[in-house]
Each structure stands twice: as structure tokens, then as C-alpha cells.
Design a protein around this ligand. Sequence first.
Ligand SMILES: [Zn+2]
Length: 245
Amino acid sequence: MPTELTQAIVTGYTDYKDNDRMLTLFSASRGRIDCKARNCRKPTSRLLACAQPFVFGEFELFENGERITVNACDVRETFYPLREDVDRFMIASLCTSLCNNIIERESPDEALFSLLYHVLSFLAYSESDPTDLLIAFLLHYLDHAGYRPSLTRCAVCRRDVRSDAVLFFNAEAGGVVCAACPHGGKPVSKLALEAMRRILLLDHDALNKVVLKPVLREEMLPLLKNACANMLGASDRTVAMLDRI
Ligand SMILES: [Zn+2]
């Protein structure tokens, strides 16, 4: 029976039986992998360290048809500080849950993997404000999923709105909407739009450079949460997580 090595991040788990756990792994080269980690909750298990949320490692998987089992794991990074800060833990959980919503089996996704890996690293080890990191993650996530909000042109009439004084943001319409079009969204400042444009230009390894003024943070986060909720659909479990942040 074949075994395979793959580098992956644990993006979710469900406990079952007394000591077992079903893991969701996000592998850059294979996409989503749902696999069993038998006896991993026993204190003496050699899988104890790897069967935890956010762990990045090289997993040795045993595949038997549809069933995949973790044989072993070389843990490369636990992002341990995430477990010591409730806000950072919640944001990291939201980011992994959002990834689980769009990754598919046997579908490599190196760009999304890179985004998640860097944001988890910065959440765990940098001094960056966790909300700024979430805002950066949400923008790049929406872009990656094909829901990049329109930021320079009105999402309805497609006119360049960079010199307009009054603008609105409507996730359902697809981003910024000019005052002449039926907008139905919230007013949005030029500063917020400019900040979003700049964040989207950053590489993943530079997202810790995002430093937003509190007033801008408070303006941008609800807009992006709303855009994600609009993309996922109101009944999605992850939308409830978004609402708690
Ligand atoms: Zn318009």
C-alpha cells in the first residue's frame, strides 16, 4: 500500500472515538486532504504534537483507496504563540476555516497556501496588529477566490471614481459604487480604498508591513467581513466566526 510525504498545515479537526481525530490538511501540492490520526489524543502518541490546529509539517500518509491515515509527521512549525492569545487564535482559526471553504481535493493551491502560511507566521511571531493582518488576509483571500472588490471603478457603471468625493461600498454590487448609481451600501472613504489597493499590491511575505490607523481599521473590517459573507452565503458556518470578530 502506498505511503506519501506531503507538506501541509492542519486547518481543521474533529474528534471521534476515545483517542482518534479526523484531520483536515491543506497541502500546497494536493489541496485538501481529510485523514485519520489514530490514537493521536493519547499522551504517549507520536502523533500528539502534529494533530493540532495550525501545525505545519511533513506528513507521511498511508492511502488505502478513499481512506487516508497519518503514519507519522515531521513537525516543522507549531505557531505555538497563537495558543496564548485569544484574539490571535480566533483570527488564525477564521483564516484556516476560510481556506477550508475553497480548497479542494487533489487541487494544488500554492498561492493560497503561501498566504495562509505567512499570515499564521505573522500572527504568531510578529508585533503586527492582528486585525491589520486579518484585513490583509481577507483582501488577498477575496482576490484569490475571484471576488476581488472593485476599488478604482464603480462596480455598476464602471466609471473611474478615484476623483469622486462621495463613494459607497456595496459587496453585493462588487465593490465601490459611485453616488450616481443605485448604491445601497455604506459610505467608504478614499483613504480606505487607497489602503485596500496598496495591500493588494503587497507580496504575502510583506503583509506584516500593513499598519492601519484605528479609524481606518474600523472602517475597513466590516466592509471586508461583509464581502466575505456575501461570497460564502449567509448560512455558512464560517460567517458566524466572522461575526464574532
Ligand atoms: Zn456608477
